[in-house]
Write a protein of this length. Structure first.
Length: 128
């Protein structure tokens, strides 16, 4: 099942031949409406926004930018030492989803999840 990266829709425009028109751009899948709005009109693009965060299956766009572009563990800088960074939740707080988060490069993020799966403690709030 395809899900639009912008609006979470599972449906899109269907052409005259009965084929769903999904668009692929920079590793994301867009429904036809969002592709035309966000990609053809790149002035407002919440997908690429540094203010966008996923939390418990929901996308949140915060008023301030929670990201610094630097890994909290190894110090890698987005665009120089790594392609992207991710916000990682150390502790989930449904009332404030950005409260207990750290920014990690992909390498450190994967290593952290690997450590948790294989019995290591992972990152704690005291280490941050």
């Amino acid at each position: 099942m395809k899900i639009c990266a912008a609006c979470d829709s599972t449906t899109t425009w269907i052409n005259k031949k009965g084929i769903e028109c999904w668009h692929y751009h920079d590793g994301y899948i867009y429904c036809d409406k969002c592709f035309k709005y966000y990609i053809w009109n790149p002035i407002y693009n919440p997908i690429l926004s540094s203010k966008r965060v996923s939390f418990n299956g929901h996308r949140i766009i915060d008023s301030k930018t929670p990201r610094t572009g630097k890994c909290s563990i190894c110090g890698a800088v987005k665009g120089i030492n790594c392609k992207r960074t991710s916000l990682h939740h150390i502790k989930y707080d449904p009332n404030n989803p950005l409260e207990h988060t750290i920014e990690l490069c992909n390498s450190c993020h994967k290593q952290h999840h690997w450590d948790i799966i294989h019995g290591a403690s992972g990152i704690t709030l005291a280490q941050v």
